[in-house]
Design a protein around this ligand. Sequence first.
Ligand code: NAD
Ligand code: UDP
Length: 349
Amino acid sequence: MKDQTVLVTGGAGYIGSHACLELLQAGFKVVVVDNLANSKVESLARVQKLAGKTLTFYQADIRDKQALTDIFAKETPDTVIHFAGLKAVGESCALPQLYYHNNVYGTLVLTEVMNAANVKQLVFSSSATVYGESASPQYSEHFPLGAINPYGRSKAMIEDILRDLSASDKLNNVEKPWKIALLRYFNPIGAHDSGMIGEDPNGIPNNLMPYVAQVAIGKLTQLSVFGDDYPTRDGTGIRDYIHVVDLVQGHIKAIAALNGEHFAEGECKAYNLGAGRGYSVLEIIDAFQRVTGKTIPYQMSPRRAGDLAECFANPALALAELNWQVEKDLDDMVNDTWNWQTKNPQGYQ
Ligand code: NAD
Ligand code: UDP
């Protein structure tokens, strides 16, 4: 498996760059396809420096079928990890066509090219946002789906497309059926412990952890805590934060599972990647203050539309079938976020 070639769409981005590093370190050949819509090629320069190995980079859009076909012909990948996508919930509400075109149509083109090249192993970046309302805050894979914004719906649509694609192989009796892992991420945060690669959001961050880090370093003045009247232990929202390095290890384990005998041919299966426990906004602020010694000024603000009170994973399936579970704790996540932020106050620039 180690000599296999993995084609990574969106490999220059936050999670993709960490995945490329782990893949190189695990002995895979890595080919990245990224249009740099939300990333910089500097991330890949640093990945190669850290790994002491090279990867192949193509600046291309996954919606460009000819470009993708040429890349597949040249590189003959064994497996694809598909990170490429737009991910800002607010922007997806303002520009839904862009999100469906980029995420859904882009995945259609990718799978068409994969089919034509007979590359049938795929690991897809899905999200906990595909889940609908539930009586329990701890989400299992069989819970009903029901995304509530265009970004989440684009992920849910892609999951449907990939399930249909797998099912069609059985009907068509193809010789080499698809094997697909849909990885539903909870809240990825943190950075590689070198501080060389990390999350480099454009403009003012939407997500809690990069926002807190920019308050701590003085780029932003204070955090707004969105809601203090939720039915949670301290009134603020609870999420399942997961270290990005743990998250990308889940992808390596998923590739191993796809190559193993327990993952049936023609299977398309969803796995939660989360820790199985949640932290509140105030607990995150406390941990950040304790670990960094910085004060985080914050004010209580109204709830943000569309937010759930509490959401965390049941990660039992990923443990049972991928042999994966998180290894890092909240202090690691905060330490590594802060290390990246202080070493790169302007991100990759
Ligand atoms: P990111 O924006 O840092 O990385 C995405 C990468 O895809 C970027 O480098 C971007 O330039 C590239 N890209 C976008 N559209 C493209 C296209 N049409 N063709 C080629 N490249 C394209 O985001 P991330 O946080 O690393 O997320 C990676 C994946 O994980 C995304 O699909 C995202 O939806 C999913 N995800 C992220 C989170 C999170 O909190 N970060 C949570 C759940 C799921
Ligand atoms: N949050 C907050 N202030 C911010 C950003 C986020 O209080 O500036 C809260 C948000 O309401 C949620 C939690 O932090 O309870 C995590 O939000 P994030 O956007 O990081 O992740 P998601 O909502 O996608 O789970």
